[in-house]
Design a protein. Structure first.
Length: 132
């Protein structure tokens, strides 16, 4: 799930930065910048839903399609979850760059719990409970 979301986000983020830098000389480069920034935001919003859907036991192709639809169709919960995941990780790296213990103990578990709290109501109709 990480590679399915990290690779498009990294490529689109680099492309957005590259074309925005070139747009100062030629305004025509704003068009590829807008495309790359749209792909970047779609990858960030869908990544939040993708982890929950894959964890529920759905197939990769079905989970990817549904995560993209939910990320773009219901972006409010995905934005809150992305802020919990990526925002707290960014804050941890910037504020405590030498604290590996913080990243391992708190930096990954607490943001994931908060992000799943925001997404549980969105994913509930699509992820039936696991029967034991």
């Amino acid at each position: 799930a990480f590679l399915l979301t990290a690779l498009p986000a990294l490529c689109a983020g680099w492309g957005a930065w590259f074309y925005l830098d070139r747009a100062a000389g030629n305004p025509l480069f704003f068009l590829p910048f807008m495309l790359c920034s749209t792909v970047f935001l779609a990858a960030l919003l869908s990544s939040c839903h993708l982890y929950g859907l894959l964890g529920a036991g759905r197939g990769v192709r079905e989970s990817f399609r549904l995560a993209l639809l939910l990320g773009l169709g219901r972006p409010l919960r995905a934005v809150l979850a992305a802020l919990c995941w990526y925002g707290s990780l960014f804050t941890a790296v910037m504020a405590f760059p030498l604290s590996g213990a913080y990243l391992l103990l708190i930096g990954f578990s607490v943001p994931c719990l908060l992000g799943n709290f925001f997404l549980r109501t969105v994913l509930k109709p699509y992820c039936p409970p696991v029967s034991e």
